[in-house]
Design a protein around this ligand. Sequence first.
Ligand code: HAM
Length: 417
Amino acid sequence: MISVVRGMRDLFGPELRAWQRAEEVFRTTSASFGYEELRTPILEHTELFARGVGQETDIVGKEMYSFEDRGGDSVTLRPEMTAAIVRAAIEHNFVRHSPTTRIWYAGPQFRYERPQKGRYRQFHQYGAECLGSPHPEADVEIIQLAYSVLQTIGVTKFTLEVNTLGSTTSRAAYREALVTYLRANVERLSEDSQRRLERNPLRVLDSKDEQDKPVIAEAPKLVDYLDVESRQHFESVRLMLDVAGIPYVHNPLLVRGLDYYCHTVFEFTTTELGTQNAIGGGGRYDPLFALIGGTDTPAVGFSLGVERVMMLLEQERGEWGAEKGIDVFAIAIGDAARLPLRLISLRLRRQGYSVVEDLQRRSVKAQMRDADRHGARYTITMGDDELAQGNVVIKNMATGEQQSVADTNVEQFLTRP
Ligand code: HAM
């Protein structure tokens, strides 16, 4: 037997229908904030992520699905969307046409991580990017959009953590101080953090290893290295979150795993899903446009991990949520009624009703059971007698009520849900 690739999964049934409802929320909530969808290819040039996400990050260093295509170009299954969105924005000059460009997206991402609960090699993100504004109100708009989506989907057991990395200059000054301190304490660090110290020192701060905790506790604090502008930016973000009534905690150790961030960073975390506790995250990434060859353009965005959001939803609800059944199940009794009933089904579908017909030529009883399985609100039945009289029998499945009506008149007896 050939099974699904490790770390990837099939989506179907009630879970898929819950996803589709969530996707509807992505669409409508994004639109309510004026965001437009952008679809980019799943494959990009490897160089895009190497430059955009950063050579030293875990993603680029060890998690990418990269290969040479038949023409010898190195391409990569996208591990995230932000670099791809920025590539497209540069390529199509979005920001010149519209100084604030608001984009949302949803789709599969690929990271070669060790699979475990809530962590897959193909997973899905929904996210949004606000391009062109350097101001804190853009950061807050992005957080507000993410928060509204989570609320509308119906998850509640999460915390919004925010932090600032400061401007590129204050971040660099801090990085230097941190590296000096960590080098002096290198023996006390876990092996992982020793490796990170050389490649991506800020990541040592969000190490979960107990051994690192005392070293981190005494480390220089980023807030002490913030310039005035960075402080003001962060203060404004916090003030506007307060005004918007969005609860958050300030986590001074939150740094995020990608290289392109500055100023505001944030994460939505939960204690309900075990070690994979981030259901989404994002932040400001003013350096990214220049990194991948565009003109300097300030930008901020987020992505939610759809699998994790849906796991949280199922956990909070104890189920996938209410299923919407079909409108009509059409039951033919005997061969003669089959064709005329099919014509009625077609007519009803043209009017927007969902109609399912039996394709197994089974008994009435079996067809009734099938109607139940489909959650049909009505059955319409036609046998030889009905056919002769030009009638069908409509049964309301909720009340059990039945009536015989003219076959030209069926829709008058069907209420919309
Ligand atoms: P990220 O933190 O790498 O950020 O990913 C965002 C979310 O994707 C995570 O919080 C998590 O829920 C989900 N996720 C990541 N890896 C996996 C995995 N292996 N399995 C399941 N879910 C996963 C970004 O990707 C940035 N592009 C976010 C951003 C947008 N920043 C600015 N704009």
